[in-house]
Design a protein around this ligand. Sequence first.
Ligand SMILES: Nc1ncnc2c1ncn2[C@@H]1O[C@H](COP(=O)(O)OP(=O)(O)OP(=O)(O)O)[C@@H](O)[C@H]1O
Length: 316
Amino acid sequence: MAESRAVRARGLTKCFGDVVALDGVDLDVPAGQVHGLVGPNGAGKTTLLGLLLGLAVADRGRLEILGTPVGRSLAVADRVAGFVDGPGLYPTLTARQNLAALASLRGGPGNRGTRAAGVDEVLEQVGLTDVADDRVGGFSLGMRQRLGLAAALLTRPRLLVLDEPANGLDPSGKRRVHDVLDGLAADGATVILSSHRMDDLAALCSEVTLLAGGRVVFSGPVEKLAGECGDLDHRLVVSDPAAARAVAGEVAGLRVLNGSELGHHIGASALVVRAPVPCVEELVVRLVGAGVAVREVAPTVSPLESAFLALTGEAR
Ligand SMILES: Nc1ncnc2c1ncn2[C@@H]1O[C@H](COP(=O)(O)OP(=O)(O)OP(=O)(O)O)[C@@H](O)[C@H]1O
């Protein structure tokens, strides 16, 4: 029977000496979801991905992967694949030889009771067919990332765990990887990936978990995370900045930022306001009503980025 939950973690704690890398982490990831892990440097993302890949074991807490409790031994669970800190590849071998070597190490077709994918098939999936016979030592970071993904796909994983898979990818490489991950999720496989790029996470993931200092500070739908942004800074370009300031002063819950708060020049016809989104909308309506033309209005950082900064306690 198919599992309805790919990962269930309760109270996962992992320390390195005095450093508490994970501090009582709970995580639920349903099967068929692309789930993002995000957080500042040192938040514990790689440590958590390492536990999912069996590269380390937790000091405390419970972890179930694809419905099976994870034991105390270092081993990758069945039907789980992926990489942290970049894929392990042989630089002197070609892309095709790397994959063939991995396939034979894993026992080839019939491995773990499931038919493995073919080398050519996965090279095609990640868009590396044209360079299949080139040595990996000459590959760019983005090409190595894609080959690492191809290596993981060889096992037809039900859970794919990727650390910064979009690192170094050009726009077409990114599109290729997005398509592969979307396809896996559509087939019911689960993908858990980390990224520092909020735009990648928004494009790829339906849900995200935000870690800070080894703790979960948010876990849920991406849209809900964007809703946690609270006050957002918006830059408005208007026909009459003095009149616009006067109108802004009448909108409750909205503040016009002054030059010293901004720390940079914003242009003579612009002003920056800090407010929840509905107050900014009210300002625009009032400006138009007062005969002040609004030529541009845009948040200075995206709602997702703003939520990230607010929830991780990072200064604006
Ligand atoms: N093998 C290790 N030995 C000692 N400390 C470690 C080890 N691995 C991780 N840490 C520490 O654990 C904490 C979490 O690190 P981790 O690499 O999981 O964070 P991260 O969120 O992946 O960070 P980044 O975004 O910088 O990759 C950090 O303080 C890190 O220094």
